[in-house]
Design a protein. Structure first.
Length: 124
């Protein structure tokens, strides 16, 4: 399975932490951050590159390291993926939303289907 690090604006993982994540999940990494109303992402197999990008960013970031299951070990399968009807497997990009995944998802059709949100009961 994979590891996903969600880092608040003032928190960045040490290079040692990133190396441990990669040792356990050695099949590629990625990082994403907000830029206005969009999300930018970058993927790399190099911990030093991901760490350098993380240190340059001011806001919340998400970092992912993959352990291959379905699909094998391929750079195109590093996360994140843009959420769209025609998702890109690019090394970098910009999208309205991105997906980090821990485990396996069903068919793509089910991922793009709208999700019904059930409101929580009011306290009282």
């Amino acid at each position: 399975m994979c590891v996903i690090l969600i880092c608040p604006p003032q928190v960045r993982p040490s290079v040692e932490t990133l190396r441990l994540c990669q040792e356990r999940n050695p099949h590629g990494g990625g990082i994403a951050w907000r830029n206005g109303d969009s999300v930018e992402w970058f993927k790399s197999n190099e911990v030093a590159v991901i760490e350098r990008v993380a240190r340059q960013l001011a806001g919340e970031i998400v970092i992912h390291f993959r352990r291959a299951s379905i699909g094998g070990v391929h750079d195109e399968l590093r996360h994140p993926f843009p959420v769209s009807h025609d998702p890109s497997l690019s090394r970098s990009g910009v999208a309205k939303k991105v997906l980090f995944q821990h485990g396996r998802a069903g068919r793509r059709r089910s991922i793009n289907r709208p999700v019904k949100v059930i409101p929580s009961p009011k306290a009282g």
